[in-house]
Ligand binder design. Structure first.
Ligand code: TXA
Ligand code: MG
Length: 311
């Protein structure tokens, strides 16, 4: 059931359900999240069941305020506070050493925990009314495209969904590991390596580790049901029009119903990407995407597109 998330009754109802151990879908500025009380293992277990997510994939705990960090993490380095100060609330997730009380269900048995303070006003208000930490992965079934609108949320169970409008960032948070000797990026997002490096004081790299530490490893992560094909502009031009095929472009100028034009600017492109995939996935068995420029500001978008294409 979708209700307007911006009312006090919606916030109170969500907080009450979460305290009772139920799931609630909440809007965040990155993507919609499927939230449960992070301190109740039975509630957290419902997330895995509802999403059909393997238990080997750990969850992010969302909190309202930096003062709550010490409820979930220990031995927090100064650099984590510096990143928090600069980017929270916002699309940043920090990996820190976990506090002993954090359940293995959340961390997948690892010694670290992922934490984020979301900026979306509805997420903020729910977190404040609720009072604790909320485990919340993206509110899609495992391997499917994350929802950036309440209407995108497709789960196998009936869950209360708070509508907070279109997600402003549009792709998942940048995950920054602060638990090791050097800060590293485990998942690219719209906060780029340059932005993180500037705060950290040295060059931070995207980590290509093989262990389960690296999130979103599943080869069809973020995938629509349709086949996704990445092509340059010229190839896209030659392919149009093709029955059964939808197109996502940013420079190619074609106007047909089958074609969704996104911005030539990476932030606005990212904001619209998942909605475009959701829309075309309903109508076509193939989605051809014009490859955006191969430059640093598009890194996170490229990563999502490669995953969508199964590359
Ligand atoms: O923007 C976001 O981060 C959204 C919104 C809802 O906050 N959430 C999200 O959650 O993308 P999810 O579960 O779809 O992705 C979280 C990723 C997973 O791929 C998981 O592997 C990684 O975070 N993760 C969680 N805990 C970790 C840990 N201790 N070490 C390394 N990676 C971790
Ligand atoms: Mg996800």
């Amino acid at each position: 059931m979708i209700i307007d998330g911006l009312t006090q009754t919606a916030i109170q109802q969500a907080a009450l359900r979460l305290k009772r151990g139920d799931l609630v879908v909440i809007p965040t500025e990155t993507v919609y999240g499927l939230a449960a009380d992070a301190s109740q293992p039975l509630a957290v277990e419902k997330i895995f069941h509802c999403k059909k997510r393997p238990h080997s994939n750990p969850l992010i705990v969302h909190i309202a305020d930096v003062s709550q960090l010490t409820d979930w993490a220990v031995a927090i380095p100064l650099v984590a506070y510096q990143l928090a100060e600069r980017f929270w609330p916002g699309p940043l997730t920090l990996i820190l050493h976990k506090a002993p009380s954090v359940s293995d269900l959340i961390t997948a048995g690892q010694a670290t925990v992922a934490l984020r303070i979301p900026a979306h006003p509805v997420a903020q208000q729910v977190l404040r009314a609720f009072g604790g930490g909320l485990a919340a992965p993206s509110a899609n079934r495992f391997t499917e495209v994350s929802p950036t609108l309440a209407a995108h949320v497709a789960l196998d169970e009936e869950v209360l969904i708070l509508d907070g409008g279109p997600a402003q960032v549009g792709i998942e948070s940048t995950i920054v590991d602060c638990s090791g000797e050097h800060v590293a990026i485990l998942r690219p997002g719209m906060l780029s390596a340059d932005m993180i490096s500037e705060v950290v004081g040295y060059e931070v790299f995207y980590q290509q580790a093989l262990e389960i530490k690296r999130p979103g490893q599943h080869w069809l992560h973020y995938s629509p049901k349709a086949e996704v094909v990445l092509c340059d502009a010229e190839t896209v031009n030659h392919m149009m029009p093709l029955a059964d095929t939808g197109f996502i472009v940013y420079s190619v100028m074609i106007s047909t119903d089958a074609c969704i034009h996104l911005s030539a600017e990476p932030d606005a492109y990212a904001q619209g990407l998942y909605a475009a995939l959701h829309t075309l996935d309903k109508r076509y068995s193939r989605i051809v995407v014009e490859l955006p420029p191969q430059i640093a500001t598009w890194y996170a978008v490229h990563e999502r597109l490669r995953k969508a294409a199964g590359l």
